[in-house]
Design a protein around this ligand. Structure first.
Ligand code: C5P
Length: 232
């Protein structure tokens, strides 16, 4: 898997998104389309960005009964996205069904990764609300291992977990890591952050970067800085 910087296009309208992408002129960064943009604009926005030549990570975090996830993944696969995801807490059976649905008749399929525990869930809320009484690190690693068993390609995780995930699931198992900030940038609401350079050193395969690029005065320069620090 090639290392790459994925820009989180967390916009709520097509106009904003296209105006942002137009700044990149000839460049075609890998972009993440999340729930906000997808629910605002529907599948058309995916088709349009794909037609412009970008790779797309469709971040919709599916979680339902296996049959529903299988059928939904088949629809997403037809959109020709490059990467998509689901919640590992949907069980191994759900993840296996997802792979089945995602695989195209010619055997190809988008990269499929799992969310383990959301980074917004902490030990306390996991115990209180989900009745899971194990250490959260252990839960995250167990879910990553389940994803591997189900045949998924990797997980979304904090850059601080990437090394442990690779040790447990193998270096080929993809780690996609948000929570990236420049050394001299604003941390904002992200709690556990790493610079692109640090993420590279600990072996992240893809970094997902939103506001440090989208809210920068010069987004193209910020993107190029990420690529320089993380990929080059
Ligand atoms: O703006 P920022 O760089 O914080 O954006 C990070 C992106 O990664 C957002 O789209 C956010 O939803 C996503 N994300 C995250 N933490 C996770 C999973 C996804 O920040 N654990």
């Amino acid at each position: 898997m090639g290392k790459d910087v994925i820009i989180a296009c967390d916009f709520s309208s097509k106009e904003q998104t296209i105006a942002f992408l137009n700044k990149f002129e000839g460049k075609k960064p890998f972009v993440k389309i999340g729930m906000e943009l997808f629910y605002a604009c529907g599948p058309e926005i995916v088709k349009e960005i794909k037609a412009r030549g970008h790779k797309i990570f469709l971040d919709l975090k599916l979680h339902d009964i296996p049959n529903t996830v299988k059928k939904s993944m088949s629809v997403l696969s037809n959109l020709d996205v490059d990467m998509t995801n689901l919640h590992a807490s949907g069980t191994v059976k759900m993840m296996e069904a997802a792979i089945e649905g995602l695989t195209r008749p010619d055997g190809t399929r988008p990269i499929l990764i799992a969310v383990t525990q959301l980074t917004s869930t902490d030990q306390e809320s996991m115990e209180r609300d989900l009745l899971i009484n194990k250490p959260i690190d252990e839960v995250v690693m167990h879910y990553a291992h389940n994803a591997k068993i189900a045949g998924l390609d990797g997980v979304v995780c904090s850059p601080l977990e990437a090394e442990k995930v690779h040790n447990l699931c193998g270096t080929d198992f993809v780690t996609v890591t948000p929570g990236v900030r420049f050394a001299d940038g604003d941390v904002g609401d992200q709690k556990r952050v790493m610079t692109p350079e640090q993420a590279k050193l600990i072996g992240s395969d893809y970094i997902v970067v939103g506001r440090p690029i989208t809210a920068a005065e010069d987004p193209v320069a910020a993107y190029e800085r990420c690529v320089r620090e993380f990929v080059d």
